[in-house]
Design a protein around this ligand. Structure first.
Ligand SMILES: *[C@@H]1O[C@H](CO)[C@@H](O)[C@H](O)[C@H]1NC(C)=O
Ligand SMILES: *[C@@H]1O[C@H](CO)[C@@H](O)[C@H](O)[C@H]1NC(C)=O
Ligand SMILES: *[C@@H]1O[C@H](CO)[C@@H](O)[C@H](O)[C@H]1NC(C)=O
Ligand SMILES: *[C@@H]1O[C@H](CO)[C@@H](O)[C@H](O)[C@H]1NC(C)=O
Ligand SMILES: *[C@@H]1O[C@H](CO)[C@@H](O)[C@H](O)[C@H]1NC(C)=O
Ligand SMILES: *[C@@H]1O[C@H](CO)[C@@H](O)[C@H](O)[C@H]1NC(C)=O
Length: 928
């Protein structure tokens, strides 16, 4: 037990708890065989495979070889996609990671091949015949990195992955390896996600227990004080051998407590402190998927016991905590004998009791990292296991002196740089309650070395599979990490298939993430609101105030932030419309929140929405924009007359009766209606399971269909497969449309001096156009330009734009998006309408209802179609000199906007609103 905390293991195995198992069975205390703990719940699908490695990578003449274990999951791999490499750590590689874990969800998004390589000397990867000190000379992080490098090289050659981008993943010590792999072998690893990585080696690590104090205190300020009191009492009693019988009984020790040396007491005290250390390190995480037990023992539970006065004095509560842990892990008795521990740790056989990783990992701490969690700080709750207790073990187990240890640790920092990492494309997540974050990076080093510091989460939490009870910031962090991978790391999404690019959807979903700021809306937009009766849910859609371009940006940012993996094409108009449809039914705080969110003046909303609606559906736009709104209500659901008539007047919103008691039929009917209204572009807006046969009362739908016919069409015969620079270093062949014509073009500059081109392509009718934004310089990432795009920027472009004759080449593509608006609207303060208890729609119906779901779908199609042949073309062809080419062959952003002729607020797509745009960033376009 003594050392477990040193093992940082998160990703592949769990060391700490193993020790408990061991202790419990009274066999070996230190480290149990990992395979005993390996997952029992899931059938492991991934077959182990073997790779031939050199024993010593740094001795050219030494040709000894051994077999290293690895696993492969090709399920998500798409040719051309990246390769994800999960780095094994200080325990057996657990194949359950080949089936579960956040990295697989990332892999799915980008079509990655997933590999996991077990660390030398752990699990079944045995480079030597035993674990003698002489053999352990070949155990080091440097040798492990060289294993990774050789594995990477050979796998790339044999599997044809030389041109793929390799991304390393790891948590805890493997997290450090992931960072160092990128640092030391930048030509082999494109990017790394180094979770909970202690990058700074230190002999003494008293800060660990300081974080334990703070983590306990964050649950309850009294908690660490009580722990301190109890451990002081225990220390006091250990000074008097007469108490040993009682202590033996209290803690249910396997044999009578014997304290002959400071090492004996330190071992016992550390073992008990370990109850708290382990729980804090892994608090409320989702290791359960690995088959780990006891994950319901949390800081809250322990502090609950420590605060339970009915158990007696703090010492008695401390005893109760130990008993709870023993019960939880089915430990029959606690083996507190340091001598037994030493015997196990010095057994050099592969069958020995500490061969599961204990002996190996402690060797690594003695020869590379230190990391000793001593009680040397006054600001922590425990007593009695000072640094010397740990350092002495290095001598006892491996004949490594304190001086050698100090020198080795200094050398580790010299070799890797400690906190001063000089590299790029390494994402560094950490959790605030995880004591290991004290040795990690919790603030961005550079934009290219971003930290993701997650408040309230434990060791490696972001790597585990997502759960509904995860803290919202943890869910956001997972998404954010993916966003970073995508963005700064330029990981490409699914690559070319059959000579064409990945599906539009995939690609779009990925790129939309990058757009963060302004995206917008589009061609077809559907909004759906479902109202459920009591206990039901109502789903509602997003709405966006047309005045509220700010709100639009906010909604957009919220969506992007909270659902970065989804396609984020958002229509401000759709959001505004749905909220506008619900507004007349709302009362009190529910109404206030909607008004405030939309920033409408008290009496303005209907008028404004009505005007907007009128503008968009004006005759001149009719062949371009079709808006269809409807409310489907449960037969017999009593709706207030005024609500129905207001919507009819403002939105031409028809109300139709449906029977939701048969959700399949009802969903089909709604979908058919939407499909009709969108000319077949959105065939499946809702799924039957979104409707509750007993509770659904109303479904409100807002759909916009935008035909998007160019004013001047592209000739299909000019569309050719041409290269598109993904921004990630990859070049993709995409269908590129071409047209020689006169376009409005300008060059704008960000405050940082980055230039970008703005090109406007008018749609038929002249009132709506697509505006494309693309960085002028090939090496300027779109992500540096996007933050600069705002309402004001969009307005400022008009001054910079001039008509020019050019040959314009732009990709042809289709993008689909679905956005659930509840979270973003809630984040903006529109919360009550989603709450069963608080929603107040008394003007909609006498029956209590609330919004259960707010969903918006959008689809954008960019193709050659136009209403007329490019008239300008002919004229230009006569020109003598050939016109310049403007080629949109790298990530770009586009907005669809309505060119306002009247008051600005008319335009949904107008300069103050509109940037509707999905952008293509970092990814290849896709053929439609
Ligand atoms: C690969 O991952 C998927 C998704 O988690 C899983 O269903 C499948 O069983 C895995 N395959 C292997 C060989 O592990
Ligand atoms: C041991 O515990 C018993 C019962 O709690 C108590 O009466 C006795 O004084 C304790 N012995 C010592 C040496 O503390
Ligand atoms: C934890 O879960 C186990 C098994 O489900 C249960 O027996 C135990 O009472 C739980 N402990 C706590 C503290 O919730
Ligand atoms: C090491 O452990 C193995 C397996 O438990 C045992 O058979 C062997 O006797 C031990 N060796 C020593 C030197 O204690
Ligand atoms: C321990 O190391 C010292 C020097 O590092 C060496 O002189 C000594 O022989 C070693 N002892 C054993 C038992 O290997
Ligand atoms: C969809 O359009 C078809 C053909 O125009 C029509 O028969 C059908 O009733 C429409 N469905 C709905 C739900 O409006």
């Amino acid at each position: 037990m003594a050392l477990e905390r040193c093992e940082l293991l998160c990703n592949v195995t769990l060391f700490l708890l193993f020790s408990f198992f061991v202790v419990g069975e009274g066999q070996s205390k230190g480290f149990r065989k990992f395979n005993q703990v390996q997952d029992t719940r899931h059938r492991v699908v991934s077959e182990e495979q073997w790779f031939t490695q050199k024993l010593d990578h740094f001795a050219g003449a030494d040709s000894r070889k051994w077999k290293q274990r690895y696993f492969v999951n090709e399920t998500y791999y798409k040719p051309g996609g990246p390769v994800f490499l999960m780095i094994g750590g200080e325990g057996p590689a657990n194949p359950v990671w080949m089936e579960y874990g956040t990295w697989l969800t990332y892999a799915k998004k980008v079509g990655a091949l997933c590999l996991m390589l077990e660390h030398r000397f752990y699990g079944k990867s045995h480079p030597t015949i035993d674990l003698s000190t002489d053999s352990l000379r070949f155990l080091s992080s440097r040798q492990a990195l060289a294993d990774l490098a050789h594995f990477r090289t050979v796998m790339a050659e044999t599997r044809g992955l030389t041109n793929s981008k390799w991304v390393a993943f790891g948590g805890s010590y493997p997290g450090s390896l992931a960072a160092w792999f990128r640092l030391k072998y930048p030509h082999l690893v494109h990017a790394s996600v180094a979770t909970s990585a202690p990058v700074f080696a230190t002999v003494n690590f008293p800060e660990y227990l300081e974080v334990v104090w703070r983590s306990l205190a964050s649950e309850n300020a009294e908690c660490p004080l009580l722990v301190k009191k109890a451990s002081s009492t225990l220390l006091e009693r250990l000074k008097d051998p007469k108490t040993y019988d009682n202590i033996t009984k209290d803690f249910n020790l396997c044999s009578k407590l014997q304290i002959q040396t400071e090492m004996d007491s330190a071992y016992f005290l550390e073992m008990l402190a370990g109850n708290f250390m382990d729980v804090v390190q892994y608090n409320e995480d989702n290791r359960g998927f690995e088959g780990v037990q006891g994950t319901n023992i949390t800081i809250k539970v322990l502090c609950g016991v420590m605060g339970d006065t009915s158990l007696g004095e703090p010492y008695a509560r401390y005893v109760a905590v130990a008993r709870l842990m023993m019960d939880t892990f089915s430990i029959k008795c606690l083996d507190a004998s340091f001598n037994n521990y030493v015997r196990e740790m010095t057994n050099t056989s592969w069958d020995g009791p500490a061969a599961g990783g204990g002996r190996q990992w402690v060797y690594q701490t003695c020869t590379e990292f230190g990391f000793y969690q001593s009680t040397d700080s006054p600001n922590q709750p425990f007593t009695g296991f000072p640094l010397v207790y740990h350092v002495k073990q290095c001598a006892d187990f491996y004949n490594v002196s304190a001086e050698q240890l100090a020198e080795a640790v200094a050398q580790t920092n010299e070799y890797y740089g400690g906190y001063d990492i000089r590299s790029t494309r390494i994402v560094l997540p950490n959790g605030s309650i995880d004591p290991w974050h004290a040795l990690g990076i919790t603030q961005d080093i550079t934009p290219d070395l971003p930290a993701v510091f997650i408040k309230g989460t434990a060791h490696c939490a972001n790597m585990y599979p997502a759960r509904s009870e995860d803290l919202p910031q943890l869910a956001l962090a997972r998404d954010h990490i993916f966003l970073l991978l995508q963005k700064s790391m330029m990981i490409s999404p699914v690559g070319p298939r059959d000579g064409v690019l990945g599906t539009p959807n995939n690609f779009w979903k990925l790129c939309a993430v990058e757009l963060a700021m302004k995206h917008l809306s589009l061609f077809c937009l559907y909004v759906l609101v479902t109202l459920y009766g009591h206990k039901g849910v109502l789903s509602q859609t997003p709405s966006y105030g047309e005045r509220g371009s700010d709100l639009g940006i906010q909604v957009f940012q919220q969506v992007v932030r909270s659902k970065p993996l989804e396609n984020v094409v958002l229509s401000p108009h759709g959001v505004a419309s749905i909220l506008g449809m619900l507004l007349p039914g709302a009362h009190g705080e529910t109404r206030k929140q909607i008004l405030k969110g939309l920033r409408y003046k008290k009496n303005g909303p209907y008028r404004m929405l009505k005007k907007l609606h009128k503008t968009l559906t004006a005759k001149s736009n009719q062949d371009v924009v079709l808006i269809a709104n409807a409310m489907f209500s449960q037969e017999g659901f009593p709706m207030e007359e005024a609500f129905v008539s207001t919507n009819k007047a403002n939105f031409q919103c028809k109300s139709r009766d449906l029977d939701f008691s048969n959700p399949n039929v009802a969903a089909d009917e709604i979908n058919e209606w939407v499909n009709n209204k969108t000319k077949g572009h959105i065939p499946n807006l809702i799924k039957a399971d979104m409707l509750d046969p007993a509770l659904t009362r109303l479904v409100a739908v807002n759909s916009i269909y935008f035909k998007g016919l160019w004013k001047s069409r592209f000739q299909p015969e000019n569309t050719k497969m041409r290269p598109f620079n993904g921004g990630n270093g990859n070049v993709y062949k995409v269908p590129m449309m071409s047209q020689l014509s006169v376009f409005s073009i300008g060059i704008a500059t960000t405050p940082q001096g980055l230039k970008y081109k703005v090109i406007e392509l008018p749609y038929h009718g002249n009132t709506i156009s697509m505006v494309i934004v693309v960085p002028s310089e090939e090496d300027t990432p779109l992500s540096r330009v996007i933050p600069h795009i705002s309402t004001a920027t969009v307005q400022s472009w008009s001054k910079l734009m001039h008509m020019r004759k050019v040959r314009l080449l732009i990709p042809k593509f289709t993008a689909d998006a679905e956005v659930d608006l509840e979270a973003p609207l809630s984040a903006l303060g529109i919360t009550d309408m989603f709450s069963q208890d608080k929603a107040d729609f008394r003007h909609l119906s006498a029956q209590p209802v609330h919004v259960s779901k707010a969903l918006q779908k959008a689809k954008v199609v960019v193709n050659e179609d136009g209403t007329k042949a490019a008239a300008a073309t002919t004229a230009i062809l006569l020109a003598r000199s050939s016109p310049p080419w403007v080629t949109v062959d790298r990530p770009f952003l586009f907005l669809i906007r309505h060119n306002p002729t009247g008051p600005r607020y008319y335009s949904l797509y107008g300069p103050d609103q509109p940037a509707v745009s999905p952008a293509i960033t970092g990814q290849p376009l896709v053929a439609s």
